[in-house]
Design a protein around this ligand. Structure first.
Ligand SMILES: [Zn+2]
Length: 324
């Protein structure tokens, strides 16, 4: 069964666009990763090209069926190749869009992670975006509009995606994964309104990884400066997942900080570690915790430059246990 969880305000916008038949040439879907932007882009494409008479999408007409089977001849998905969308891609789009749709009202290009477009590619794409044929429709998806040429952003109708309500994520976990309500409620809280985070938390393997990481962090917090370098093995072993480790690390330190300042448990994300957060919090100062947050963020950006991994990890560890 095809079911949409949440996205109420987005659906309202889509319904208005379709019922008033005011479909623009370009939309920009903006919002953090994991909120369902791509899923909703496909849904919108299905609505636009639906040939049914009543409520759209009808899920029954030839167009809807092709969308569901992901083989619609007039809907194109563009993704980054490697880490970027290079200038060849807009050239391909320009060629393709000049050919009339095969069987549909609109020829639709869904460009995911459009923020990965190089500046040269954006400039090439802009020409097509400025004068698309009437049947052309672009849906651009990005976590943030920064990094896109202002001339591209201004040509698009922006649709913002926000975190979903915790109940929506709970329903999603129950409906899509058959998770019992009590467990789904806890996982939904940890997922913090994000479908992709919820997807991850369903896997036993990921839960183990998260638990190991949280325990490693607690261990580090209790160490002395001369001991901490021994913990490099953990970061070495999990080098492939270092960004995920940092994400877990950050959310845990934020929890410690928030609890320290507010003493309110409702704001704690890693709710399954609540009693340990309460114990550890008293051993750390606000200043120390906020400095650690900055230091992790700094390390995160170092990862993308050509830094010596071991040296960077060791410096981070020393800073965390040291005086900073
Ligand atoms: Zn249909």
């Amino acid at each position: 069964m095809y079911r949409i969880y949440g996205h109420q305000s987005i659906l309202k916008i889509f319904n208005n666009i379709i019922s008033q038949n005011k479909i623009s040439n370009a939309y920009l879907f903006v919002g953090e990763e994991g909120l369902g932007k791509r899923f909703m882009a496909e849904y919108f494409a299905m609505m636009v090209n639906c040939k049914g008479e009543g409520v759209k999408p009808c899920f029954k007409c030839s167009s809807c069926v092709k969308m569901l089977n992901k083989n619609h001849p007039d809907v194109f998905f563009i993704d980054p190749e490697g880490d970027s969308i290079k200038v060849e891609t807009p050239r391909y789009i320009t060629n393709e869009i000049n050919i009339k749709p095969y069987e549909s009202y609109k020829k639709i290009f869904i460009i995911d992670k459009v923020n990965k477009m190089t500046i040269a590619a954006q400039n090439a794409f802009l020409k097509t975006l400025e004068e698309p044929p009437l049947y052309g429709l672009f849906i651009l998806i990005t976590p943030q509009p920064e990094g896109l040429l202002p001339t591209i952003v201004s040509r698009c109708n922006m649709i913002r995606f926000n975190k979903e309500n915790e109940n929506v994520i709970k329903e999603y976990l129950m409906g899509e994964y058959n998770i019992p309500e009590k467990e789904a409620k806890t996982l939904a809280h940890i997922a913090d309104g994000n479908f992709e985070e919820a997807d991850k938390l369903v896997s036993k393997e990921y839960l183990d990884f998260r638990k190991n990481t949280l325990e490693e962090i607690e261990k580090i917090f209790k160490m002395k400066e001369f001991e901490v370098l021994d913990e490099f093995w953990f970061f070495d072993k999990n080098k492939e997942n270092i960004e995920e480790i940092l994400k877990i690390f950050l959310s845990y330190v934020r929890d410690l900080l928030i609890f320290k300042v507010t003493k309110d448990t409702t704001f704690i994300r890693n709710i399954d570690f609540l009693d340990r957060i309460q114990k550890l919090e008293s051993k750390l100062t606000v200043k120390k915790l906020s400095t650690i947050i900055n230091r992790i963020e700094q390390f995160n950006s170092q990862l993308h430059s050509n830094v010596n991994y071991q040296l960077a990890v060791e410096n981070l560890l020393l800073d965390i246990v040291g005086g900073l």
